[in-house]
Design a protein. Structure first.
Length: 261
């Protein structure tokens, strides 16, 4: 069983349990449920850097990245650095995140927030909205075409932007639909964990220009961004590069400064 299958199996159990603990009605009564969302897609479209900075404590491929940085400081630091948006990992078992991280980030910055999660149920989209997210991630590798359509249309009804992540041409072909805002290409092979920017290059020509193109994983240098920009990429998801330092916000600030030169 590969890591993705294992994560999804665990996620189904987790979501079923959470549904019993907190009913949908309760989530919809959250103060944040009525707030006006900030469009991540629009921010990226008008940006010359396109950095989406991530808060991630650990991952299955790297184990511990950083358990010392708190979300409060990271969110404030990222906003001061001038990033376009912040990605918050909310998976607990494999990434050490939680929905409380999303809540803390929302309380401490005005950036568009992406809930980075393995979404397999509409309930998680309601959670995202209730905890202050502006955008959600859908992963083509774990969803059918019907689910992508259902989840993305539902997210749009809540005014959430939708970033759909693909790893290959097959996933991309089943996924292109008007209810998506951003198409993300993950440069990491989820079975081997190997990273290659070639994936972003290859898939770039197949992504229609109606969508904001985002490159994810393995973006750790200014060079990587400069290589991908001519391929039409407007967004670059960076996590480990900032999170492995003592000050993620400062690290992002210096990175963006160099990128603008």
């Amino acid at each position: 069983m590969d890591i993705l299958t294992r994560i999804v199996n665990d996620k189904r159990k987790e979501v079923n349990l959470r549904k019993q603990l907190i009913p949908t009605k309760q989530l919809e009564q959250s103060v944040l449920f009525e707030r006006e969302t900030i469009s991540l897609a629009k921010k990226l479209k008008n940006s010359d850097t396109g950095i989406i900075a991530e808060h991630k404590r650990r991952s299955p491929s790297k184990q511990v990245i950083n358990h010392d940085l708190n979300v409060f400081d990271v969110a404030k630091g990222y906003e001061e650095a001038g990033v376009c948006g912040m990605s918050v990992l909310t998976d607990g078992k494999y990434f050490g995140g939680s929905l409380d991280d999303l809540l803390t980030a929302r309380a401490n910055c005005n950036l568009p927030l992406l809930r980075k999660e393995f979404i397999i149920d509409q309930y998680q989209i309601i959670e995202a909205k209730a905890y202050g997210a502006d955008a959600i991630l859908l992963i083509a590798a774990i969803l059918s075409k019907k689910e992508i359509k259902q989840f993305s249309e539902f997210a749009k009804s809540l005014n959430l932007d939708v970033l759909l992540e693909v790893h290959n041409e097959e996933e991309l072909n089943k996924s292109i639909m008007p209810s998506l805002d951003l198409l993300g290409v993950n440069n990491r092979n989820l079975k081997t964990f190997k990273v290659s920017l070639e994936i972003s290059k290859q898939l770039s020509t197949l992504i229609p220009n109606d969508f904001i193109k985002v490159s994810e994983s393995g973006i750790s240098s200014i060079e990587a961004i400069k290589i991908l920009q001519p391929y039409g990429y407007k967004g670059f998801l960076i996590g480990e590069n900032f999170m492995k330092t003592d000050n993620a916000g400062e690290s992002a600030k210096q990175f963006i400064k160099k990128l603008k030169i």
